[in-house]
Design a protein around this ligand. Sequence first.
Ligand code: NDP
Length: 327
Amino acid sequence: MEYRRLGKSGLQLSALSLGSWLTFGHQISDQTADELMGIAYDAGVNFFDNAEGYAAGKSELVMGKIIKSKKWERESFVLSSKVFFGTENKGPNRMGLSRKHVIEGCNGALQRLQVDYLDLYFCHRPDKNTPIEETVWAMNTLLQQGKILYWGTSEWSASEIMEAISVAKQYHLIGPTMEQPQYNLLERNKMEKEYLLLFKEYGLGTTIWSPLASGLLSGKYTKAGTKDTRLELKGMEWLKDAVLNEEKLKKAEKLQGLADQLNVSLAKLSLAWCLKNPNVSTVILGASKTAQLKENLTTLEVLPLLTEQVMTDIEDIMQTKPHLPEF
Ligand code: NDP
């Protein structure tokens, strides 16, 4: 396993990490979740990603039980949660980024995960109804209480992150260390354009999500007989519509041709492509089956295949590179 700095911070994350969205506490059994964490940890994965909103808090409960039963040394892994969506929709103040919900959300996550502190704590989305000062101060309070070690954002715009950095500077508080954006061969704008200044000037770290665009970039949706996937889960109709898009499927099919020529699985080619970006601190993997995770965890082996020519061939197929202004 390779370890990368989380931006300019002193923390090191495994280049491949494991997340629990849709799977833990929902799509897969607790037994499978246990096996996935064991396989990841044994392969050198040190970062496990979670959120209060995943399976309405159940994802954290399942992960907490597993961590406890494994008896791993606390120093050997990095654990995250995210605040914003709440665990259940029971009325006001149970979601968002108010001081009340940030503090109560963190206490809830610590209880469900059965740990004394979270290594990373993310604002899962921006909250237009809470002054940014309130959220930055609340995060700083949690840092001072030792309940979290680093805080960050997820799917914030560059200007929102900049504002949080400025507020933190103004009051001598600790600002955001990392952002968690979507990044894959189809979704590149934030990582390759919008955040460039934040990487260069502020050393922002990134823990990127949906590296396979929910499985599309494994190539399985261009093959007949694909079933038992997240797209069939109740309530995931919106994701199914987004993934099974004609243009995206055509690109995935062409990319499969390139992967076949290279004699590598498309999943590994797509994951390795994410790792080629030096601004990626860690690629968060998702898996509903142990075989998927075992395959994805061997991605580092295929990195040397991504030569300049192969990267150009990928660009020619995808046509998704963001346009950067010329100076
Ligand atoms: P991916 O895009 O990699 O999708 C993972 C899913 O693709 C798996 O659960 C599985 O789904 C399928 N899959 C994975 N590997 C293979 C393979 N080798 N062959 C075939 N199918 C495969 O990542 P996720 O969307 O799961 O995101 C990863 C993590 O990022 C999440 O767990 C979460 O921690 C985080 N995240 C954060 C968000 C945020 O807003 N901050 C939003 C979303 C995710 P199946 O078997 O069901 O087809």
